[in-house]
Write a protein that binds this ligand. Structure first.
Ligand code: PLP
Length: 376
């Protein structure tokens, strides 16, 4: 099946009672067990709706098995702690989502797990690898600077050094980037973003081989963080429109980036779809579209990031991203607020940086909203 068809049909559960075309929702947390081989329980990650959702996500990502969580952070933390123990070392890109960065820097010392945050390049990753390194974590394109890292090259470095590779594929989605096809071992998502797509649910996912999924599930059963049946259903429903949403959003984002880069009141625009973006060729090679996230600095304008956002009428200043509505935020106060000012400065996240999550609205209305911020 092609990806659009997979979005609609993969994994779906059959409604044998009413013949309805949608997967039924089974909300029970208690199930009979006397004659059951694997009695369902939500925190065992084996309920009907969890399994249906995992099947669809695996089909989309080209994975064998997976686990769905109640948030992206539950997925990220469970995956990392499934494979790391005291004395181990992990290499991560420095400019990943602030919450992921903060989790590692706030908790790993107390577990005796060593970590290195490095620049977004396979060379920097290789340089940081030591004999005790067992995991490499990347995110591409990154939040919020849209840096692109060569997935194949990272995989090559990691394999040569016997390290597992984990990628956060939240920004790209399986519609635009399939890291498992490029050799990545484990893909994690904040499903709260594009997978959900309507800014009305929180979930996360990790998909991989059957063997690694079993290890992640073992950790997850102990940590909790499972996803309830209703949200599983909502996510499954949202995934049916993932391809058309992401394509429309990507088209709008390219138009918006082209518009922004020509405005004197806008400074640097970070979008891999612009030919002068340092990751443009790489993104063209390893993605099938440039995505719908971009960030920019304010230029020749007497407004702070906060002041600029307050002038917008249609585009909503909001935490989170990936919804069908266009939202904007300043990462220094939102996604990267838990990252120290020093690390933000090192990464290039200034107080003046704005991150735009482009939605499916008509692009003329979106551009019009930006234009009116500088009109009298
Ligand atoms: C790239 C990325 N990864 C992971 C997360 C964490 O996801 P959640 O908020 O669903 O826990 C976020 C949240 O903003 C994100 O942007």
């Amino acid at each position: 099946m092609h990806i659009d068809t997979k979005c609609v049909h993969s994994g779906e559960g059959t409604d044998t009672i009413t013949g309805g075309v949608n997967t039924p929702i089974f909300p029970s947390s208690a199930h009979e067990y006397l004659d059951a081989e694997d009695a369902a329980y939500p925190r065992y990650f084996n309920t009907f709706n969890q399994k249906v959702l995992v099947r669809k996500l695996c089909e989309l990502e080209g994975a064998e098995d997976g686990v769905v969580f109640s948030s992206g952070m539950a997925a990220f933390s469970s995956v990392l702690l499934s494979f790391l123990k005291t004395g181990d070392h992990i290499v991560l890109q420095d400019d990943i989502y602030g919450g992921s960065h903060a989790f590692v820097s706030a908790f790993f010392d107390r577990f005796g797990i060593d970590y290195s945050f490095v620049a977004s390049s396979p060379e920097a990753i290789e340089e940081a690898i030591r004999p005790e390194t067992c995991l490499v974590f990347i995110e591409t394109p990154t939040n919020p600077l849209l840096n692109v890292i060569d997935i194949r090259a990272v995989v090559e470095v990691a394999r040569r050094n016997n390290c597992l590779t984990v990628i956060d594929n939240t920004f790209a989605t399986p519609i635009l980037q399939n890291p498992i096809n490029l050799g990545i071992d484990i893909v994690v998502h904040s499903g709260t973003k594009y997978l959900g797509g309507h800014s009305d649910l929180s979930c996360g996912a990790a998909v991989t081989s059957s063997e690694l999924a079993a290890k992640i599930r073992h950790t997850a059963v102990n940590f909790g963080g499972n996803l309830n049946a209703l949200t599983c259903y909502l996510l499954e429903r949202s995934l049916k429109t993932l391809a058309i949403r992401v394509r429309q959003q990507t088209e709008n984002a390219l138009d918006m980036a082209r518009f922004l880069k020509d405005q004197p009141y806008i400074g640097k625009v970070n979008y891999p779809g612009l030919p002068d973006h340092p990751g443009h060729d790489l993104a063209r090679d390893q993605m099938s579209g440039f995505g719908a996230m971009l960030s920019f600095e304010l230029g020749d304008i007497d407004l702070s990031a906060d002041g600029f956002m307050r002038k917008l009428k249609l585009i909503k200043p909001a935490v989170s991203l990936g919804g069908i509505e266009t939202t904007i935020c300043d990462p220094a106060r939102t996604s990267h607020v838990k990252v120290s000012a020093e690390v933000r400065a090192r990464q290039g996240i200034t107080d003046n940086l704005l991150r735009l999550s482009v939605g499916i609205e008509d692009i003329e209305d979106l551009v019009g909203d930006v234009k009116q911020t500088v009109e009298l």
